[in-house]
Design a protein around this ligand. Sequence first.
Ligand code: CP
Ligand code: NVA
Length: 309
Amino acid sequence: MTVRHFLKDDDLSPDELIEVLDLADRLKADRFARKPLEGPQTVAVLFDKSSTRTRVSFSVGIADLGGYPLVIESGSSQLGRGEPIEDTARVFSRQVAAIVWRTGNQSRIEAMASAATVPVVNALTDQYHPCQLLADLQTIREHKGRLAGLTLAYLGDGANNMSHSYLLAGANAGMHVRVAAPEAFQPDPAILEQAWALASDTGGSVTVTTDPAEAVAGVDVITTDTWVSMGQEGEKSDRAGVFTPYCVDDALLGKAASDAIVLHCLPAYRGKEISASVLDGPQSVVWDEAENRLHAQKALLVWLLERSG
Ligand code: CP
Ligand code: NVA
């Protein structure tokens, strides 16, 4: 029995990534074209952390595919009371077609996948947010017509899930990824090394700096994320000062290519990591990006289900 999971961005090869993005475009053009979950089959969508976009897009997407989304807050399940992750995986695998999970440490979703006999999808962990990157890449391709060879700058917390996913997914897509982050918030060195290895195969590149102006010079895409990720609320006051120079404002945007686009996975904190004028301005594509969560995740589910069983 083969099962394909999507736990981190490079679980799809560069060619497979393009297959999923192509399918996402087709599903965006013809939303109800595929019904692999007709019956309906159920997909479990579990949350250990808050969510708006991920909850809506998976719920709507699973329904679009003919299935039933079983959304569970872990706090109300036995998982939240310490039932082993592997036992949860075994129980779910007997009854659902796939498991989508937003949780904390990556080791938790790896444990789920190790015991599951249906596809497991990472809906955000502390280390990665790969579903978001599928939507981001779909959005970039829509606006720029290609991915390989484009330059993208991510500003802010270099050690968080979005930074790591930009590094891996961008390198996988053959992009030139630049991360600008304060010294104490640089990417995980092991993930950087993986991104470098991927980029050397795809013709992309990866660079890290502490200088936001250097990172955005001439880029095609600027992106950022909250300075305080879920679970880091206690560090909020310490973080504010060190990140201030990384705010994506008009001055920084002015250093990018004149036709650069701006992404943000949302939720956004205007006046912190991004100014209101940029987030709500003409170069922002954040609402397309939020919509594309739906199309990209439907494509991913179809693709994983077709290759598992
Ligand atoms: N971008 C994103 O994952 O949003 P939610 O936290 O609202 O799901
Ligand atoms: N880095 C953020 C992403 C939210 C979608 C977090 O983990 O809270």
